[in-house]
Design a protein around this ligand. Structure first.
Ligand SMILES: [Zn+2]
Length: 350
Protein backbone atom coordinates (compact mmCIF):
# COMPACT_ATOMS: atom_id res chain seq x y z
CA UNK A 1 0.00 0.00 0.00
CA UNK A 2 1.37 3.38 -0.95
CA UNK A 3 0.55 6.73 0.54
CA UNK A 4 1.61 8.85 -2.36
CA UNK A 5 -0.94 9.75 -4.96
CA UNK A 6 0.45 9.87 -8.43
CA UNK A 7 0.19 13.10 -10.32
CA UNK A 8 -2.44 12.71 -13.06
CA UNK A 9 -1.26 12.65 -16.65
CA UNK A 10 -0.85 16.05 -18.31
CA UNK A 11 -4.15 15.93 -20.18
CA UNK A 12 -6.12 15.09 -17.03
CA UNK A 13 -4.19 17.76 -15.11
CA UNK A 14 -5.00 20.38 -17.70
CA UNK A 15 -8.70 19.45 -17.55
CA UNK A 16 -8.54 19.85 -13.76
CA UNK A 17 -6.98 23.30 -14.17
CA UNK A 18 -9.65 24.38 -16.64
CA UNK A 19 -12.35 23.13 -14.25
CA UNK A 20 -10.55 24.70 -11.24
CA UNK A 21 -11.15 21.34 -9.61
CA UNK A 22 -10.20 21.54 -5.92
CA UNK A 23 -10.08 17.77 -5.68
CA UNK A 24 -6.77 17.94 -7.49
CA UNK A 25 -5.20 20.41 -5.08
CA UNK A 26 -2.24 18.72 -3.46
CA UNK A 27 -1.82 16.22 -6.29
CA UNK A 28 0.13 18.56 -8.51
CA UNK A 29 0.89 22.24 -9.07
CA UNK A 30 0.67 24.14 -12.31
CA UNK A 31 3.86 25.90 -13.36
CA UNK A 32 3.42 28.84 -15.71
CA UNK A 33 6.75 29.29 -17.44
CA UNK A 34 5.86 32.66 -18.99
CA UNK A 35 5.22 34.30 -15.59
CA UNK A 36 7.54 32.19 -13.40
CA UNK A 37 4.65 31.40 -11.05
CA UNK A 38 3.15 28.12 -9.93
CA UNK A 39 -0.45 27.59 -8.78
CA UNK A 40 -2.86 25.13 -7.26
CA UNK A 41 -5.07 23.47 -9.89
CA UNK A 42 -8.02 25.40 -8.44
CA UNK A 43 -6.40 28.85 -8.63
CA UNK A 44 -8.94 31.51 -9.47
CA UNK A 45 -6.49 33.53 -11.57
CA UNK A 46 -6.98 33.72 -15.32
CA UNK A 47 -5.98 30.49 -17.05
CA UNK A 48 -2.52 30.49 -18.63
CA UNK A 49 -2.02 29.35 -22.20
CA UNK A 50 -1.56 25.61 -22.43
CA UNK A 51 1.84 25.90 -24.14
CA UNK A 52 3.25 27.87 -21.19
CA UNK A 53 2.19 25.28 -18.62
CA UNK A 54 4.22 22.54 -17.03
CA UNK A 55 2.90 20.29 -14.26
CA UNK A 56 4.89 19.42 -11.15
CA UNK A 57 4.13 16.79 -8.52
CA UNK A 58 4.77 19.17 -5.64
CA UNK A 59 5.71 22.77 -4.79
CA UNK A 60 9.33 21.89 -4.02
CA UNK A 61 9.76 20.55 -7.53
CA UNK A 62 8.32 23.71 -9.08
CA UNK A 63 10.65 25.80 -6.92
CA UNK A 64 13.65 23.79 -8.00
CA UNK A 65 12.65 24.69 -11.55
CA UNK A 66 12.91 28.36 -10.56
CA UNK A 67 9.20 29.13 -10.14
CA UNK A 68 7.65 31.15 -7.30
CA UNK A 69 4.41 30.43 -5.44
CA UNK A 70 1.32 32.34 -6.64
CA UNK A 71 0.23 34.94 -4.12
CA UNK A 72 -3.42 34.37 -4.85
CA UNK A 73 -3.85 30.60 -4.37
CA UNK A 74 -0.77 30.15 -2.14
CA UNK A 75 0.04 26.63 -3.32
CA UNK A 76 2.68 26.14 -0.61
CA UNK A 77 0.51 27.50 2.19
CA UNK A 78 -0.39 24.97 4.86
CA UNK A 79 -3.07 27.12 6.49
CA UNK A 80 -5.72 25.77 4.15
CA UNK A 81 -4.76 22.24 5.17
CA UNK A 82 -4.96 23.24 8.81
CA UNK A 83 -8.42 24.67 8.32
CA UNK A 84 -9.57 21.53 6.56
CA UNK A 85 -8.18 19.32 9.33
CA UNK A 86 -9.75 21.46 12.04
CA UNK A 87 -13.14 21.20 10.32
CA UNK A 88 -12.80 17.45 9.97
CA UNK A 89 -11.81 17.10 13.63
CA UNK A 90 -14.93 19.03 14.62
CA UNK A 91 -17.08 16.74 12.47
CA UNK A 92 -15.50 13.64 14.00
CA UNK A 93 -15.84 15.05 17.51
CA UNK A 94 -19.58 15.39 17.19
CA UNK A 95 -21.32 12.53 18.91
CA UNK A 96 -23.46 10.60 16.51
CA UNK A 97 -24.42 7.10 15.57
CA UNK A 98 -22.48 7.21 12.36
CA UNK A 99 -19.16 8.96 12.12
CA UNK A 100 -18.57 10.59 8.74
CA UNK A 101 -16.36 8.51 6.48
CA UNK A 102 -13.28 9.69 4.63
CA UNK A 103 -15.21 10.42 1.44
CA UNK A 104 -17.73 12.59 3.27
CA UNK A 105 -15.04 14.47 5.20
CA UNK A 106 -12.99 15.08 2.07
CA UNK A 107 -16.03 16.25 0.15
CA UNK A 108 -16.95 18.72 2.90
CA UNK A 109 -13.51 20.29 3.03
CA UNK A 110 -13.05 20.20 -0.72
CA UNK A 111 -10.17 17.72 -1.00
CA UNK A 112 -9.84 14.42 -2.76
CA UNK A 113 -10.13 11.50 -0.29
CA UNK A 114 -6.59 10.24 -0.83
CA UNK A 115 -5.06 13.68 -0.51
CA UNK A 116 -7.12 14.50 2.55
CA UNK A 117 -6.17 11.21 4.18
CA UNK A 118 -2.52 12.24 3.84
CA UNK A 119 -3.05 15.81 5.03
CA UNK A 120 -5.09 14.66 8.03
CA UNK A 121 -2.66 11.97 9.03
CA UNK A 122 0.30 14.30 8.77
CA UNK A 123 -1.43 16.84 11.03
CA UNK A 124 -3.11 14.55 13.55
CA UNK A 125 -0.92 11.48 13.57
CA UNK A 126 -3.94 9.22 12.99
CA UNK A 127 -6.05 8.65 9.90
CA UNK A 128 -9.61 10.04 10.05
CA UNK A 129 -10.90 6.48 10.58
CA UNK A 130 -8.45 5.87 13.43
CA UNK A 131 -9.32 9.18 14.99
CA UNK A 132 -13.05 8.43 14.72
CA UNK A 133 -12.46 5.05 16.33
CA UNK A 134 -10.44 6.61 19.13
CA UNK A 135 -13.24 9.10 19.74
CA UNK A 136 -15.76 6.29 19.98
CA UNK A 137 -13.56 4.58 22.56
CA UNK A 138 -13.27 7.77 24.46
CA UNK A 139 -17.05 8.04 24.63
CA UNK A 140 -17.33 4.37 25.57
CA UNK A 141 -14.84 5.03 28.35
CA UNK A 142 -16.88 7.95 29.62
CA UNK A 143 -20.04 5.86 29.57
CA UNK A 144 -18.33 2.96 31.32
CA UNK A 145 -16.83 5.03 34.07
CA UNK A 146 -20.25 6.64 34.46
CA UNK A 147 -21.58 3.23 35.45
CA UNK A 148 -23.30 2.20 32.22
CA UNK A 149 -23.30 -1.44 31.24
CA UNK A 150 -20.98 -2.51 28.47
CA UNK A 151 -23.91 -2.88 26.07
CA UNK A 152 -25.24 0.55 26.93
CA UNK A 153 -21.78 1.97 26.56
CA UNK A 154 -21.42 0.43 23.15
CA UNK A 155 -24.65 1.93 21.96
CA UNK A 156 -23.88 5.29 23.48
CA UNK A 157 -20.56 5.30 21.69
CA UNK A 158 -22.16 4.65 18.33
CA UNK A 159 -20.81 1.22 17.55
CA UNK A 160 -22.84 -0.71 15.06
CA UNK A 161 -22.56 -4.06 16.79
CA UNK A 162 -21.01 -5.28 20.03
CA UNK A 163 -18.68 -7.62 18.18
CA UNK A 164 -17.09 -4.62 16.44
CA UNK A 165 -16.39 -3.02 19.77
CA UNK A 166 -14.65 -6.08 21.17
CA UNK A 167 -12.81 -6.64 17.92
CA UNK A 168 -11.29 -3.22 17.83
CA UNK A 169 -10.97 -2.79 21.57
CA UNK A 170 -8.74 -5.84 21.79
CA UNK A 171 -6.35 -4.38 19.27
CA UNK A 172 -6.48 -0.90 20.67
CA UNK A 173 -6.84 -1.09 24.42
CA UNK A 174 -5.41 -4.43 25.34
CA UNK A 175 -8.05 -4.93 28.01
CA UNK A 176 -11.64 -5.91 27.31
CA UNK A 177 -14.05 -3.09 28.14
CA UNK A 178 -15.47 -4.93 31.13
CA UNK A 179 -11.96 -5.28 32.56
CA UNK A 180 -11.29 -1.66 31.83
CA UNK A 181 -14.36 -0.60 33.76
CA UNK A 182 -13.34 -2.93 36.50
CA UNK A 183 -9.89 -1.60 37.40
CA UNK A 184 -8.22 -4.42 35.52
CA UNK A 185 -10.57 -7.21 36.64
CA UNK A 186 -9.62 -10.52 35.01
CA UNK A 187 -6.36 -9.09 33.69
CA UNK A 188 -2.96 -10.42 34.65
CA UNK A 189 -0.26 -7.85 35.12
CA UNK A 190 3.32 -8.95 35.56
CA UNK A 191 5.53 -6.48 37.30
CA UNK A 192 8.97 -5.90 38.79
CA UNK A 193 10.91 -3.18 40.47
CA UNK A 194 14.50 -3.02 39.25
CA UNK A 195 17.48 -0.88 40.17
CA UNK A 196 18.65 1.37 37.34
CA UNK A 197 21.10 4.22 37.06
CA UNK A 198 18.05 6.48 37.34
CA UNK A 199 16.88 4.88 40.55
CA UNK A 200 14.27 2.25 41.30
CA UNK A 201 12.08 1.64 38.28
CA UNK A 202 8.72 -0.09 38.26
CA UNK A 203 7.80 -1.93 35.06
CA UNK A 204 4.40 -3.59 34.64
CA UNK A 205 2.94 -5.32 31.60
CA UNK A 206 -0.16 -7.15 30.48
CA UNK A 207 0.26 -9.87 27.90
CA UNK A 208 -0.14 -7.12 25.30
CA UNK A 209 2.57 -4.77 26.40
CA UNK A 210 3.95 -2.43 29.01
CA UNK A 211 1.14 -0.69 30.89
CA UNK A 212 3.21 1.17 33.47
CA UNK A 213 6.79 2.41 33.67
CA UNK A 214 7.55 4.70 36.56
CA UNK A 215 10.20 5.58 39.08
CA UNK A 216 10.06 5.19 42.84
CA UNK A 217 6.82 3.28 42.79
CA UNK A 218 5.93 -0.03 44.31
CA UNK A 219 3.41 -2.82 44.14
CA UNK A 220 0.96 -0.69 46.16
CA UNK A 221 1.05 2.10 43.57
CA UNK A 222 0.36 -0.43 40.85
CA UNK A 223 -2.46 -2.01 42.85
CA UNK A 224 -4.04 1.41 43.28
CA UNK A 225 -4.09 1.85 39.52
CA UNK A 226 -5.37 -1.64 38.74
CA UNK A 227 -7.18 -2.62 41.94
CA UNK A 228 -8.80 -5.73 40.48
CA UNK A 229 -6.01 -7.02 38.28
CA UNK A 230 -4.06 -10.08 39.22
CA UNK A 231 -0.57 -8.78 39.97
CA UNK A 232 2.20 -11.27 39.42
CA UNK A 233 5.76 -10.46 40.33
CA UNK A 234 8.19 -11.51 37.59
CA UNK A 235 7.45 -14.23 35.03
CA UNK A 236 9.39 -15.86 32.23
CA UNK A 237 8.09 -13.91 29.23
CA UNK A 238 7.98 -10.81 31.33
CA UNK A 239 11.67 -11.19 32.19
CA UNK A 240 12.57 -10.96 28.50
CA UNK A 241 10.40 -7.90 28.04
CA UNK A 242 11.90 -6.38 31.17
CA UNK A 243 15.40 -6.83 29.75
CA UNK A 244 14.41 -4.92 26.62
CA UNK A 245 12.82 -2.18 28.69
CA UNK A 246 15.89 -1.75 30.89
CA UNK A 247 18.12 -1.65 27.80
CA UNK A 248 15.89 1.03 26.24
CA UNK A 249 16.09 3.12 29.39
CA UNK A 250 19.83 2.72 29.98
CA UNK A 251 20.91 2.99 26.36
CA UNK A 252 18.41 5.11 24.46
CA UNK A 253 20.44 4.74 21.25
CA UNK A 254 19.57 1.04 21.25
CA UNK A 255 15.94 1.61 21.98
CA UNK A 256 13.70 -0.69 20.05
CA UNK A 257 10.00 -0.92 19.60
CA UNK A 258 8.56 -2.28 22.79
CA UNK A 259 4.86 -3.20 22.82
CA UNK A 260 2.74 -0.90 24.96
CA UNK A 261 -0.69 -1.36 26.49
CA UNK A 262 -1.82 2.17 27.23
CA UNK A 263 -5.23 3.71 27.59
CA UNK A 264 -6.16 7.29 27.11
CA UNK A 265 -8.57 9.60 25.42
CA UNK A 266 -8.29 10.14 21.69
CA UNK A 267 -6.45 13.39 22.29
CA UNK A 268 -4.04 11.80 24.77
CA UNK A 269 -3.30 8.96 22.36
CA UNK A 270 -2.60 11.46 19.62
CA UNK A 271 -0.23 13.39 21.85
CA UNK A 272 1.53 10.21 22.99
CA UNK A 273 2.04 9.13 19.40
CA UNK A 274 3.51 12.52 18.64
CA UNK A 275 5.87 12.19 21.60
CA UNK A 276 7.11 8.89 20.22
CA UNK A 277 8.11 10.72 17.06
CA UNK A 278 10.57 12.99 18.86
CA UNK A 279 13.99 11.48 18.20
CA UNK A 280 16.32 10.88 21.13
CA UNK A 281 18.55 13.89 21.59
CA UNK A 282 15.85 16.34 20.50
CA UNK A 283 13.22 18.22 22.48
CA UNK A 284 9.92 19.92 21.66
CA UNK A 285 7.91 22.53 23.51
CA UNK A 286 4.33 21.99 24.68
CA UNK A 287 3.26 24.53 22.04
CA UNK A 288 5.02 22.54 19.31
CA UNK A 289 3.29 19.35 20.40
CA UNK A 290 -0.10 21.09 20.41
CA UNK A 291 0.55 22.42 16.91
CA UNK A 292 1.81 19.06 15.70
CA UNK A 293 -1.41 17.32 16.73
CA UNK A 294 -3.43 19.93 14.85
CA UNK A 295 -4.67 21.85 17.89
CA UNK A 296 -2.32 24.82 18.23
CA UNK A 297 -4.63 26.44 20.79
CA UNK A 298 -4.51 23.42 23.09
CA UNK A 299 -1.10 23.98 24.69
CA UNK A 300 -2.36 23.36 28.20
CA UNK A 301 -4.26 20.24 27.14
CA UNK A 302 -1.13 18.97 25.42
CA UNK A 303 0.72 19.53 28.68
CA UNK A 304 -1.88 17.53 30.61
CA UNK A 305 -1.82 14.70 28.08
CA UNK A 306 1.94 14.71 28.42
CA UNK A 307 1.60 14.44 32.18
CA UNK A 308 -1.01 11.67 31.96
CA UNK A 309 1.53 9.39 30.31
CA UNK A 310 1.65 6.03 32.11
CA UNK A 311 4.75 4.73 30.45
CA UNK A 312 7.70 6.99 31.18
CA UNK A 313 10.73 6.97 28.87
CA UNK A 314 9.16 4.61 26.28
CA UNK A 315 6.65 7.36 25.57
CA UNK A 316 9.27 10.08 25.91
CA UNK A 317 7.34 12.82 27.68
CA UNK A 318 10.70 13.92 29.11
CA UNK A 319 11.57 15.32 25.66
CA UNK A 320 9.00 18.09 26.07
CA UNK A 321 10.26 21.29 27.66
CA UNK A 322 8.91 24.76 28.21
CA UNK A 323 8.86 27.38 25.46
CA UNK A 324 11.27 29.60 27.41
CA UNK A 325 13.82 26.78 27.40
CA UNK A 326 13.24 25.86 31.05
CA UNK A 327 13.22 22.13 31.61
CA UNK A 328 9.60 22.06 32.83
CA UNK A 329 7.99 19.59 35.18
CA UNK A 330 8.36 15.84 35.36
CA UNK A 331 6.28 13.35 37.30
CA UNK A 332 9.41 11.76 38.80
CA UNK A 333 11.37 14.91 39.43
CA UNK A 334 13.49 17.24 37.44
CA UNK A 335 16.70 15.37 38.20
CA UNK A 336 15.57 12.26 36.32
CA UNK A 337 14.29 14.32 33.40
CA UNK A 338 17.58 16.22 33.20
CA UNK A 339 19.57 13.01 33.35
CA UNK A 340 17.47 11.36 30.61
CA UNK A 341 17.98 14.37 28.35
CA UNK A 342 21.65 14.57 29.20
CA UNK A 343 22.39 11.00 28.19
CA UNK A 344 20.34 11.26 25.02
CA UNK A 345 22.24 14.37 24.04
CA UNK A 346 25.50 12.69 24.79
CA UNK A 347 24.58 9.76 22.60
CA UNK A 348 23.54 11.81 19.62
CA UNK A 349 26.76 13.82 19.78
CA UNK A 350 28.93 10.72 19.54
ZN1 LIG B 1 -2.54 30.87 -8.28
Amino acid sequence: MTHTVAKPDDERAWQAVLARDRKFDGRFVTGVLSTGIYCRPSCSARHPRRENVRFFAEPAEAERAGLRACLRCRPNDVSRDEEAVTRALAMLDEVGDTAPGLAELAETVGYSPTHFQRVFKRAVGLSPAEYGRARRFERAGEALSGGASVTEAIHEAGFSAPSRFYESSAERLGMAPSAWRDGGGGVRIHWAVVATTLGRMLVAATDRGVCRLSFDEDREDLAARFPKAELIEGGEDFARLLEDVVAAVEQPEHSQRIPLDVQGTAFQQTVWRELQRIPAGETRTYAQIAAAVGKPGAVRAAGSANGANNVAVLIPCHRVIRSDGAIGGYAYGEAIKRELLRRENAQTKL
